[in-house]
Design a protein around this ligand. Structure first.
Ligand code: SF4
Length: 396
């Protein structure tokens, strides 16, 4: 699921900022100047990217590199994951000869930042080109003292929620673990005076459709000798297939889980999320509760509210009945309009009434504040615009 906090969620009726008076996007001057690009040639398979290694994989990867000792693996890992080095030259505690050997075997990949879109509220959309020319986006969202990075897990999405730009063209491919980690490294490079504090898998893609790589990335993000991000600061947002949730229940890293619920009732949910497949909300909630029982970590149900689709009082009551007695809080996300999608944002008074009904029924409920609306960074929109709305997918 990809409801970036407050990004897709914007109440539309009070939108004072027309698209055409939005602050301009900033074209990045290509990749940072010191990122070596010569390591990718059209004729040769790219070298393995260091960011795709698990944290404990550096020792094995360097085991047959001439001149490398075990402590060099530690140093290299620190340069790549903690110091965010983007060139071999930066790694001054590795000898020049060793750096040369390493450069023949591996590459320092970071994705190529094409453009940033900065909103008046401080939200920053990052459009990045992958090695194969495909585009992804990440969104960095300020909220009080926090700054949350919304991370993509796939190029596109197969769930094809009717309100989301990410699913309009289906899914193109999964991101590797390294491509996920690199979104964090890239955003950290840019976060300046407002460091990232929270990380949510709510960008393009359904994380459980790429579960192995998402979990591998989370392990790198969470490890002390990786990016050192506490599990409480990481949230995986998923449509919640019970089988995938069962697997998550066994995952030792106790990150937060958010269910993209959107509308109570299996038929209504499938209509809104056509790529959901067979789904049973009660089974989904039961499986999510196992994760809660195993970790004690917060469970959230996300509801992207759409005018006259799922914002009726009766639907609030049905949702309250569904969640009764479960340790689930609801996060209401008033929909952010998406180019080419013929839906309407809910009226603010209907959003408030919906929230109030849930609260009166005893369900902890929050309403997400709009973010980044003046630059239209609702999930998948930057990428779609850059590739011509469903047209060209290879942006090279
Ligand atoms: S289409 Fe995919 S990325 Fe978009 S909201 Fe649905 S699950 Fe999330």
């Amino acid at each position: 699921m990809s409801a970036a906090p407050g990004v897709r969620g914007a109440s539309g009726d009070d939108d004072a900022h027309a698209q055409d008076d939005a602050p301009p996007a900033h074209d990045a001057p290509g990749a940072p100047a010191d990122v070596p690009r010569a390591d990718v040639t059209p004729d040769a398979a790219p070298l393995p990217a260091l960011t795709d290694l698990p944290v404990d994989g550096y020792e094995a990867a360097l085991s047959d590199v001439r001149g490398a000792r075990p402590f060099h693996a530690r140093n290299l890992r620190r340069w790549v994951l903690q110091r965010g080095a983007t060139s071999w030259d930066a790694m001054t505690d590795l000898s020049k000869a060793l750096r040369g050997e390493l450069a023949r075997r591996f590459r320092i990949r970071r994705g190529e930042l094409l453009r940033t879109h900065e909103s008046r509220d401080g939200t920053v959309g990052l459009l990045t080109r992958l090695d194969d020319g495909r585009l992804i986006e990440s969104v960095s969202i300020p909220d009080g003292g926090r700054r949350t990075l919304c991370i993509s897990s796939q190029v596109g999405c197969a769930v094809a929620c009717r309100f989301c730009a990410s699913g309009l063209d289906g899914v193109e491919r999964n991101l590797s673990a390294g491509e996920i980690v690199e979104q964090v490294l890239l955003a950290r490079d840019l976060d300046g005076d407002h460091p990232l504090t929270n990380y949510v898998f709510m960008g393009s893609g359904e994380p459980t459709h790429n579960l192995a790589n998402v979990l591998a990335a989370i392990r790198v993000m969470n490890a002390d000798d990786g990016l050192g991000i506490g599990a409480r600061r990481i949230t995986v947002s998923t449509v919640g297939h019970p089988a995938a949730l069962e697997k998550l229940a066994d995952e030792p890293i106790a990150f937060n889980l958010a269910l993209s619920l959107h509308v109570p009732g299996d038929d209504a949910r499938r209509a809104l999320m056509p790529g959901l497949g067979s789904s049973d909300l009660v089974a989904t909630l039961d499986a999510a509760q196992k994760r809660f029982d195993a970790t004690g970590r917060r469970l959230t149900a996300e509801v992207v509210l759409l005018d006259r689709v799922n914002d009726a009082p009766a639907q609030a009551d049905e949702l309250a009945r569904l969640l009764h007695g479960r340790p689930v809080a609801v996060n209401l996300i008033p929909w952010n309009p998406v180019d080419g999608v013929e839906l309407r944002a809910p009226r603010p008074e209907r959003v408030e009434a919906f929230a109030e009904r849930l609260r009166k029924a005893g369900v902890t409920t929050t309403v997400r504040r709009p973010r980044g609306r003046d630059v239209g960074v609702a999930c998948g929109q930057l990428r779609r615009r850059a590739q011509g709305a469903g047209g060209r997918r290879d942006a090279r």
